[in-house]
Design a protein around this ligand. Structure first.
Ligand SMILES: [Ca+2]
Length: 581
């Protein structure tokens, strides 16, 4: 016995050559982690420093479960395509020193609920799964979590686990208990693999974004809460990433950008700049995916003193793809205050703002925006495009997340100035979103249903006064029977008799929409944005507005089609549309 034990220890010792420069990342999720976009030529060449551990047997290409291979797609199983891990790995090896290898261990099944990775639930789940899903489960012996751990242990014999990538949630769209389920799986992985949370961050990617019509974009508001549940969790943004016609999966360009963004987050947690190493040997086609060719020019802007403006920054890369660079762009100005990524107009003046973006190769491009801050200017409104009217109040909802929650038992006054393209109703439902009391859809069940008010096409102020039954932290404006656009302004929520405002940017003079949101696109709601009042005022034609009448941005008629040629250059409203002359 003694001899056997000694022999086993010495064999293990001989085998256990863990390379501290082999960085391993575990990946799990559903279809976007599997990869749904066909690889193009540029995707088929991989730096041999980027490896994948086969988690199932492949026949074409031939790969054996538990063996390392160059990470040529498909990574997950032989019928999958380019997904999240492909450009994560490419970006990591390009940024890390030449002596560092990166390996991925990727277990994913299209369409699965998060419970597919919860061992105590998976057996029942597999029984009721669709047949195509059953065959994928079977490749993991009906327990994908167990397979992930088994493969991760093999990976640990050669490398060091540096992080976990997750892309999942479409099947759990909007479920408030999702972060807790993810935490359960994350905690189990740490425990089963002997890892410390501080050394192993979790990177969770957003689903296809609302800005490109993502069907499951509601879930991004849930993913945003993950860092409150898991201290070392990081959200990977999907803003502007193009999607396939199903509005659920990314295009191959979208997967490349998402993979790069996962890597940027991972590099930051390693204390590194998201930048290619100077000595990295680029394949020229791959380099074109990363090299920014141009930044889009940004139109001159006018802002009222006291207001704030955000900038949308887009660029075109050498391979022709476009990216929303807003989150990565640096905004600076010697003329204006820049705070929270926005320009704040504190006094009347003219000046410029510089937007700079440094690409992965270290090249910085800039664009200059001319800004005029004035004392006078157009009033701005929140414009919610409801699309077609629904039949119930809850079919269309606009949410205002309060900066400070109410106090249970106190009396509150909510005011809002509202108009709409059609007549209908607006009902106010204050809700305690932080409550653990959830309904069957995973939403807070601690709601108060207040009286409905009749909305017209003319802006009017409406008031709701009520005693808070819960510490509400959200106002829901239920506007289900209103078709077209619904405009809000001067939304206010205060304790009765107090001048402390609980809403943020309720006059909509700032571009900050972080406290305002609408239902996901499945509701048929189309958009939420801030617009000049003049634009919205003529969008619903006024009685007497003749075809071809020209308005300025303050809503003043300045001409008609007959004499428009005499107007000086600028922005005008003609037939309800913004026109540049
Ligand atoms: Ca306003």
């Amino acid at each position: 016995m003694m001899t056997c034990a000694l022999l086993a220890v010495s064999l293990l010792g001989a085998r256990a050559e863990v390379d501290p420069n082999f960085y391993v990342y575990l990946c799990f999720g559903q279809s976007n982690m599997e990869g749904q976009a066909k690889a193009e030529t540029v995707d088929m060449t991989v730096d041999p420093r980027f490896k994948t551990l086969a988690c199932v047997d492949f026949t074409n290409p031939v790969r054996k479960k538990g063996q390392w291979y160059d990470a040529v797609p498909p990574i997950v199983r032989q019928w999958t395509n380019v997904g999240m891990a492909d450009y994560f790995g490419r970006t990591m090896v390009a940024a890390l020193p030449a002596g560092v290898k990166v390996g991925v261990v990727d277990v994913a099944i299209g369409g699965v609920d998060i419970k597919a990775f919860m061992s105590e639930q998976v057996a029942d789940y597999v029984k009721t799964a669709e047949s195509w899903m059953k065959s994928a489960f079977a490749e993991y012996d009906n327990d994908p979590y167990k397979r992930l751990v088994e493969m991760a242990k093999i990976a640990q014999q050669q490398g060091v686990i540096k992080g976990i990538l997750l892309h999942q949630g479409e099947t759990n769209n909007g479920q408030a208990d999702w972060p807790q389920k993810v935490k359960t799986i994350y905690d189990r992985l740490l425990s089963d693999l002997g890892l410390n949370a501080a050394d192993v961050p979790l990177f969770a990617g957003e689903t296809v974004n609302a800005d490109v019509g993502g069907t499951c974009s509601l879930h991004n508001s849930i993913i945003a809460r993950l860092p409150q549940t898991i201290a070392n969790a990081h959200v990977v943004r999907s803003n502007g990433c193009p999607c396939a016609s199903d509005n659920i999966h990314f295009t191959v360009a979208g997967y490349r950008t998402m993979g790069k963004r996962y890597a940027y987050e991972a590099l930051r947690t390693l204390g590194l700049e998201p930048r290619a190493a100077a000595d990295y040997a680029w394949n020229s086609a791959l380099k074109d995916v990363y090299a920014l060719k141009s930044l889009d020019p940004i139109d001159d802007i006018t802002v009222k003193v006291g207001g704030a403006r955000a900038f949308k920054v887009w660029g075109t890369f050498a391979d022709g793809h476009r990216e929303d660079l807003t989150a990565e762009a640096a905004i600076s100005s010697s003329d204006f205050v820049i705070a929270d990524g926005m320009l704040k107009a504190t006094e009347a003046k003219k000046g410029t703002v510089t937007i700079a973006y440094t690409d992965f190769l270290g090249t910085t491009l800039t664009t200059t925006v001319n800004v005029e801050a004035t004392d006078q200017g157009a009033n701005r409104l929140l414009v919610v495009d409801n699309g077609t009217a629904g039949s119930n109040a809850w079919d269309k909802e606009m949410f205002c997340d309060l900066a400070t929650p109410m106090t249970k038992g106190k009396t509150y006054v909510v005011k809002a100035t509202i108009k709409a393209d059609t007549k209908g109703n607006c009902t106010l439902w204050p809700r305690w979103d932080a409550s653990t009391n959830r309904d069957q859809w995973g939403n807070s069940a601690d709601v108060q249903y207040l009286a409905s008010q009749a909305i017209t096409t003319v802006a009017q102020e409406y008031t709701w006064e009520f005693r808070a039954d819960f510490p509400h932290d959200c106002l829901i404006f239920a506007i289900g029977d209103l078709g077209g656009k619904v405009c809000f302004d001067d939304v206010s929520c205060r304790e009765k008799g107090s001048d402390v405002e609980l809403t943020s940017n309720g006059n909509f003079e700032s571009d900050d929409l972080s406290h305002w949101r609408i239902l996901d696109s499945w509701s048929g709601m189309k958009s939420i944005k801030i617009e000049d009042e003049a634009v919205t005022a003529v969008a619903a034609p006024k009685a007497g507005a003749a075809e071809g009448d020209v308005y300025n941005l303050q809503g003043v008629k300045v001409g008609s089609g007959r004499n428009a040629g005499a107007l000086r250059g600028g922005l005008y409203i003609v037939n309800g549309r913004k026109m540049v002359k």
